[in-house]
Design a protein around this ligand. Structure first.
Ligand SMILES: *Cc1c(COP(=O)(O)O)cnc(C)c1O
Length: 399
């Protein structure tokens, strides 16, 4: 039985009647951009994200661009980002005319290494853009310390992590801004593109709301050049139907991840990521190769509540592409998030050398990671298919 990496229909079709009624309501009133549907959704998101302000926007990428614009970041400024993330994190920095500076990541949580971020600070640095990758928070305590010592803005890329917490705090409420995405594959997946910008600061929120509509306030009076970062009313209305279910989706993802860890983690050739290996790839390598380890499973730090947007394991010892092919042959959905670290992307080849220092952990992860299906609606027997397929590969590879 094939198992997809994600099944949006399994999530959306049970809500079909309510979604259709919602579409009819919006079609009926005919106010398609911003307006009361977006305001109502923003109020829900203030509660869900625990932020003071939640601003509905056109995409997660636009939430990042809007945060950078509202923070006044532009040409001549440097923004520190992790070398291992989805492209939009750094793409947004370039889009506002600033320069991304890549820093290496942690081999345990895959997130920005605060020590590498600290080393990347120069006189031109204006912001740090940590990503809460795959559903687990970055080390915000240490990143905020680096930012505060150097007077930097922090923009949290929480696109994959709605509902995640670290040391008791919700992601997107710790730095100056949080950027969320409702791309269909995210934990709260919409019906097209949209996103959310959060902030705890009243003035920055007002500025971001203005910049969302071309810097306009009141109508046809423009203080600054913003853009069209508006959210559609239809998108907001449909997302408002799904949003109350997000905690249940999250709980199901968590249960699936726990089951992978329990069953796959018991295999002798499988290790579970050890928080003690944080930032130390070489110590980890030595121990793992001595123990005959073929896979390292993700394992959130005890101070983090992860939301498992992806279940991303590491295939050590060069077997990643072999496992990928094996799973594909057996009809198991899987994907490499992400195969090329950002400092090696062609479009960044012209950045100054100092912007793209060697990032050995990011480079290693790009060659070792593989994400397995962990979507909320997967059944226990579908999960058993995945576990069975991975186990067959392990038995073959161990010989
Ligand atoms: C999805 C994603 C984005 C961009 O969100 P879009 O809504 O697709 O524009 C940004 N950063 C990360 C880490 C993402 O996963």
């Amino acid at each position: 039985m094939p198992v997809p990496l994600l099944d949006v229909n399994a999530q959306n079709h049970p809500l079909r009647e309510e979604l259709l009624r919602t579409f009819e309501r919006v079609l009926g009133h005919g106010r398609f951009i911003l307006g009361e549907e977006v305001e109502r959704f923003e109020e829900m998101m203030v509660v869900a994200t625990e932020a003071r302000h939640a601003i509905g926007v056109s995409s997660g990428t636009d939430a990042l661009i809007l945060a950078l614009l509202a923070a006044g970041i532009g040409p001549g400024d440097e923004v520190i980002c992790p070398a291992f993330t989805f492209f939009a994190t750094a793409g947004a920095v370039v889009r506002v005319g600033a320069t991304p500076v890549f820093a290496d990541v942690c081999p345990v949580c895959f997130n920005l290494d605060p020590a590498a971020a600290r080393r990347a600070v120069t006189a031109k640095t204006r912001a740090i853009l940590p990503v809460h990758l795959f559903g687990q928070a970055a080390d915000m305590q240490a990143i905020m310390a680096v930012a505060n010592e150097n007077g930097l803005v922090v923009i949290e890329d929480a696109a994959q992590s709605i509902g995640a917490r670290t040391r008791g705090r919700a992601v997107g409420t710790i730095g100056g801004f949080g950027a969320f995405s409702f791309f269909p594959s995210k934990n709260l997946g919409g019906f097209g593109d949209s996103g959310l910008l959060t902030t705890m600061d009243d003035d920055l929120a007002a500025k971001a709301r203005r910049l969302r509509v071309h810097g306009m306030e009141p109508k046809y009076y423009h203080h600054e050049v913003g853009g069209n970062f508006r959210m559609d009313a239809l998108q907001a209305a449909l997302l408002a139907v799904k949003a109350p279910h997000e905690p249940a989706y999250r709980a199901a993802r968590r249960a699936h991840a726990a089951r992978y860890l329990k069953i796959l983690g018991a295999h002798p050739a499988v290790a579970v990521a050890n928080p003690l290996d944080c930032r130390c790839l070489s110590a980890q390598d030595e121990r793992l190769s001595a123990g005959g380890t073929l896979l390292v499973l993700p394992n959130p730090y005890p101070h983090n509540e992860a939301v498992w947007n992806q279940f991303t394991l590491r295939v050590t010892g060069g077997g990643r592409d072999s496992l990928l092919k094996h799973l594909q042959c057996e009809g198991i959905g899987c994907e490499i998030y992400y195969p090329v670290p950002l400092h090696h992307q062609k479009c960044f080849a012209d950045l100054p050398k100092s912007s793209r220092p060697p990032c050995p952990v990011a480079e290693r992860l790009a060659s070792e990671v593989l994400s397995l299906p962990v979507y909320p609606e997967m059944s226990e027997s579908q999960q058993d298919e995945v576990i069975g397929s991975v186990t067959r590969w392990l038995e073959r590879a161990a010989r």
